[in-house]
Write a protein that binds this ligand. Sequence first.
Ligand code: SF4
Ligand code: SF4
Length: 165
Amino acid sequence: MAERIYLWGAWRGLWVTSRHFFVNLARHALRALGLPARPGAVTIQFPEDPAALSPRARTRHRLLERPDGSSRCTACLLCETICPAECIRITAEESPDVAIEKRAKSFDIDLGLCVFCGYCVEACPVDAIHMDSNDVAVCSFARKDMIWSLPELMGRTKKPPEAPV
Ligand code: SF4
Ligand code: SF4
């Protein structure tokens, strides 16, 4: 009966919210007075004042270059194969460098599907893809704009969010 009328659940929810509010209020007040207290919770003012990221944070992908400016990617498709979200699409072509069999003709990542697991980085045998761009503000007004391609992943072109028309 208590579960069906929801009063118990509603009361518990209010109690938890109120407890967090008053505990944090007391912590901030004590610290403002110079008294010892644990830090209270704060609201991150994103994007104006983003929180500092851990050096281990997995952020938007980037593709690394060789000294001659070409992509390190050898189009082996290991990242595409291992991706659990199936959000990487690579087209291979023959490389003009005789020492390298293939290179990526196109390399697309749909960041709207990516779950940021980092498996693609782990799988890459030539260390061609990293997730250390520190870019977490990947957003768009259209799903198609969440697909990042080779020049954007190599930092040669920007992909700003476009306003809907
Ligand atoms: S981080 Fe995970 S989900 Fe995202 S592209 Fe890499 S393997 Fe796929
Ligand atoms: S695993 Fe590395 S080399 Fe292979 S296709 Fe992906 S980024 Fe390119």
